[in-house]
Design a protein around this ligand. Structure first.
Ligand SMILES: NC(=O)c1ccc[n+]([C@@H]2O[C@H](COP(=O)([O-])OP(=O)(O)OC[C@H]3O[C@@H](n4cnc5c(N)ncnc54)[C@H](OP(=O)(O)O)[C@@H]3O)[C@@H](O)[C@H]2O)c1
Length: 389
């Protein structure tokens, strides 16, 4: 039976890899319902003409005439602004890939969850900024969340076979491009250095998050919500080869892991095919050629973002939302060369401190509008501090 799918964030790294799997599948395996992006007119127009979705939405309404001109006569419906992206997410599907970057993905992903179908969840930020609200919406709609982050996908695969007797989850981290750099060197690393991930090919924001280890911090919070585990039961270990994607330790001492080449098309294919497995065009592991698998404790002095994320998870309430929004704002400033690399974690720490002084951290934002207001407040705090970073 043809699977109806929507890709939110189709022009990004995860979105393009999702469409690559669709492209390689037998005809009529998939029908694309909707594609969305922010402002990449040319990319989404090309995708639309190739995959013939029913609906295409751009969040940036100023691009309306450009996209309409490219799709004129195609019969493909278009829409613009956040409401249009949400409308795309609400259309009935069998599977939605939620791959918008950042907290901008929260409302569209919640709209997809509201349909109650299968959701491939790449957008970890929506769980970090609104975990309680998001998981309550999942329970209410009966949607199935299929984690796409390779670490969470690995744990999901392991737990599908045995959820009993779990002692801890072990998230692996590549360590990013600066794993071996000294703290002194980190003071002067360039944007280009930070974007050069040694193993994974990803979008700009997550590449910077990987360089600061904030990505692992966000994943820690994501894992806590997805698998209902406290901070104390989730460890992080640096594993530079990124062959083991994560592990689960059981009370009898057994450790089960999922392994594979570092290629996002494996977890993407897993989420698209679930509960069956489908082909993914990835390099196969050749164990005879693996030179070795190594593991290290993460260095939270060099990479304070991981410590800040764990502290935010343990503080609970509003802290993860502030952490996430401050990080997004600081990463955007780093991408625009307005702050140095080490300024990112300093900005996040300053926002968390400013917020802790003014508000009660143990109260979770109860609904989406409150989350968005808090997100904006945390971003404004970063903007105020930016001159000192
Ligand atoms: N890349 C990976 O390998 C990887 C691995 C694990 C998890 N993830 C997670 O997957 C998500 C996507 O990551 P990515 O690397 O694919 O990001 P990306 O390459 O930066 O792509 C982001 C997508 O979101 C769209 N977008 C950006 N701002 C938007 C807005 N305000 N409203 C609506 N759409 C917007 C972009 O459209 P435009 O093209 O128009 O800007 C693009 O389609 C993130 O949450 C990330 O943490 C990614």
């Amino acid at each position: 039976m043809t699977k109806r799918i929507t890709v939110l964030g189709s022009t990004g790294s995860i979105g393009k890899n999702t469409l690559d799997i669709v492209r390689r599948a037998a005809p009529d395996t998939y029908k694309i319902v909707a594609l969305t992006a922010n402002q990449s007119v040319n990319k989404i127009a090309d995708q639309a003409l190739e995959f013939r979705p029913e609906f295409v939405a751009l969040a940036d309404a100023s691009k309306a005439s450009d996209l309409n001109a490219k799709l004129v006569g195609s019969g493909i419906e278009t829409g613009f602004g956040l409401e249009a992206v949400i409308e795309a997410a609400r259309r009935s599907t069998d599977f939605t890939m939620a791959a918008i970057i950042g907290s901008a993905g929260l409302e569209p992903t919640l709209a997809a969850v509201g349909q109650g179908h299968h959701i491939g969840l790449a957008n970890k930020e929506c769980l970090v900024c609104a975990g309680e609200t998001f998981m309550a919406a999942v329970r209410q709609s009966g949607a199935t969340l299929l984690p796409v982050d390779s670490e969470h996908n690995a744990i999901f695969q392991v737990l599908e076979d045995d959820v009993k007797g779990v002692r801890r989850l072990i998230l692996t981290a590549s360590g990013g491009p600066f794993r071996e750099a000294s703290l002194e060197r980190l003071q002067s690393v360039s944007l280009e250095d930070a974007l050069k991930h040694p193993v994974w090919s990803m979008g700009a924001k997550i590449s910077i998050d990987s360089a600061t280890l904030m990505n692992k911090g966000l994943e820690l919070i994501e894992a806590s919500w997805l698998f209902d585990r406290p901070s104390a039961e989730i460890d992080v270990i640096v594993h530079p080869q990124s062959i083991i994607h994560s592990m689960v330790e059981y009370i009898d001492g057994s450790v089960l892991a999922q392994l594979g080449s570092p290629d996002m098309r494996t977890p993407i294919a897993y989420s698209m095919g679930w509960p069956s497995r489908i082909e993914a065009p990835v390099e196969r592991l050749d164990f005879a050629k693996l030179s070795g698998l190594t593991f290290f404790e993460p260095d939270t002095v060099k990479f304070p973002a991981l410590r800040l994320a764990r502290e935010a998870l343990e503080a609970g309430g509003q802290a993860p939302c502030v952490l996430n929004a401050a990080n997004e704002q600081a990463v955007a400033a780093f991408l625009e060369r307005r702050i140095p690399f080490l300024g990112i974690a300093r900005a996040v720490e300053a926002a968390l401190e400013a917020h802790a002084k003014g508000r009660e951290f143990t109260v979770a934002p109860e609904h989406v509008k409150a989350v968005i207001a808090l997100d904006h407040a945390a971003r404004a705090t970063v903007d105020e501090h930016i001159v000192n970073l």
